[in-house]
Design a protein around this ligand. Structure first.
Ligand code: SF4
Length: 58
C-alpha cells in the first residue's frame, strides 16, 4: 500500500472507530492518555492496525 493510501486508511479508521470511542474516553479520564493509548494498542484490533500503519509511515 502506498503512503497516501495508508494515510487515508488511518484517517478513515480514526473517523469510523476512534472518534467518540467510549473506551478511549473512559481510560483517558481514569488513567491518563498514555494508558489509554496502551490499551488501544494492546486490546483493540483497530489500535493494532493503526500502530502497524504508523510504523509503515515512520
Ligand atoms: S483504537 Fe480502539 S479502543 Fe482505541 S480509540 Fe480506537 S476504537 Fe477505541
Amino acid at each position: 500500500m502506498g503512503k497516501n493510501k495508508l494515510i487515508m486508511e488511518v484517517g478513515e479508521m480514526l473517523d469510523k472507530y476512534c472518534d467518540g470511542c467510549f473506551l478511549n474516553k473512559h481510560f483517558r479520564k481514569e488513567l491518563g492518555k498514555t494508558h489509554a493509548q496502551s490499551f488501544c494498542i494492546k486490546n483493540c484490533s483497530v489500535g493494532q492496525k493503526l500502530k502497524e500503519y504508523g510504523e509503515k509511515l515512520s
